[in-house]
Design a protein around this ligand. Structure first.
Ligand code: GUN
Ligand code: ZN
Length: 428
């Protein structure tokens, strides 16, 4: 028996590849470190059955606790940590008055390093083990992000923002140099440990044609990298894109024309899409990062879940801090429930608690092109997980004690939960 094996006994939540929850009220999770130093699940399921296959293995017993996959945040801006809760009359004034000034400080590597440390501490406190992350336009900000993630052995994806127009001094980059910097960062960080690089054109209005074409060229040359951007978040933004690209069929079509839709391309928001856009998302394997707290805070609108499901569009949940108001996956899942329910501007539906949870774990991993790698606690996947305490507050204890089935238990955690639920975050 390998001495690197570790075992935990508790309630256990996993997912199958199709997003169905697998729950053991008395579960056992066994992990072992691979030759690459990464810890993976080797066996999991009902305690008695799993334990019988591993006689003599020392087990950490966690009575009353729930083990679940680590949360995956599909879209977050680490440099916007200090922008959380900045009120504005919508996206564009918010960017101009709060976000760009805050991001301009990331030219300073010491500031970037300090914020990166705080950011990863905060993710861990909230049970988030993987995040697709924007840095700023300064290469030093991406450097700080990757260096700190590497130090902690995390599976993280990020990239330097590209924005060479319609951006103020201090955050605007230079076309040629921005692409050179991006390629150097890919060479240095993509595939190092569990790190991945995301080519990051901020959004169509902030990138020249040359920068967009250069980004797409890099994405073709490095097909395992990610692409991340924003699309169709806000009505004023959509109008602006229509003025800038009158020849494009839609906002999403701008990205298609430049060659920026493909598997591992992730677009935040995706609110103002039409049916042809959704078909295009599906056909190209492009994913939506649904950011409900941000969309509610900035008054952007409501993601149409029924339409996304109809088109089998890849999608998952995201905090979008600092437009978003919380790093907590529980707050994000609850906001996603509200957004799903909203039935005045679109079809309202009640998303199942296990579906909300899937969107923030295995479903997000799948949307990132990482199905089978992490997010489900299936055998062979990376052992990034959370240990939750359903008794963390008096009301949580009272409510979860009354849960008659898994959906009721998960909904109690989603509605009442926050960082107090997260007793421990374990990363592979
Ligand atoms: N669109 C372009 N940049 C941003 C940003 O930083 N946050 C959000 N929510 N939308 C954007
Ligand atoms: Zn964003």
């Amino acid at each position: 028996m390998s001495t690197s094996m570790q075992a935990w006994r508790a309630q256990l939540l996993r997912f199958d590849g199709a997003g169905r929850p697998l729950y053991d009220s008395d579960g056992l999770l066994i992990t072992a470190q691979g030759a690459d130093g990464v810890r993976r699940v080797v066996d999991a399921g009902a305690h008695d059955a799993v334990a019988a296959r591993h006689p003599g293995l020392a087990v950490e017993h966690l009575p009353g606790r729930l083990i679940a996959p680590g949360f995956v945040d599909m879209h977050v801006h680490y440099p916007q940590l200090d922008v959380i809760g900045s009120p504005a009359d919508g996206l564009l004034p918010w960017l101009e008055n709060y976000t760009f000034p805050a991001e301009s400080r990331f030219a300073d590597p010491a500031h970037a390093a300090e914020v990166a440390r705080f950011f990863f501490d905060e993710l861990a406190r909230h049970g988030v083990t993987t995040a697709l992350t924007f840095a700023t336009s300064h290469p030093a900000s991406a450097e700080a992000f990757f260096a700190e993630a590497r130090r902690r052995g995390l599976r993280m994806i990020g990239g330097k923002v590209l924005q060479d127009r319609h951006s103020p001094d201090g955050v605007r980059d230079a076309t040629e140099q921005s692409l050179i910097d991006t390629e150097a960062l890919i060479a240095r960080w993509h595939g190092q440990g569990r790190l991945g690089y995301a080519i990051t054109p901020r959004f169509a209005p902030s990138c020249s044609d040359a920068q967009m074409l250069g980004a797409a060229e890099l994405a073709r040359r490095h097909p395992t990298t990610w692409i991340q951007s924003h699309v169709a978040e806000n009505r004023d933004e959509v109008r602006w894109v229509r003025e800038l690209y009158p020849e494009a069929r839609s906002y999403l079509d701008v990205y298609r024309r430049f060659g920026l839709l493909r598997p591992r391309a992730v677009y935040a928001h995706c609110i103002y899409l039409d049916e042809a856009d959704r078909r295009l998302m599906h056909e190209t394997g492009t994913a939506a990062a649904v950011s409900p707290t941000s969309n509610l805070f900035l008054g952007s609108g409501f993601f149409d879940y029924a339409a996304a499901q109809r088109h089998d569009m890849l999608h998952g949940l995201a905090s979008d801090v600092g437009g978003g108001t919380s790093f907590s996956p529980f707050h994000t899942m609850l906001a996603a429930y509200y957004v799903g329910r909203e039935g005045q501007s679109k079809t309202g539906l009640s998303l199942a608690p296990s579906n909300l949870w899937w969107q923030h774990t295995g479903g997000a991993a799948r949307a990132l092109g990482l199905a089978g790698t992490m997010g489900t606690l299936q055998d062979g996947t990376e052992a990034d997980f959370v240990i939750l305490n359903p008794q963390a507050t008096p009301l949580l204890a009272r409510k979860t004690a009354q849960a008659g089935n898994l959906e009721e238990l998960l909904f109690a955690l989603i509605v009442l939960g926050d960082d107090r639920l997260v007793e421990r975050t374990v990363t592979a």
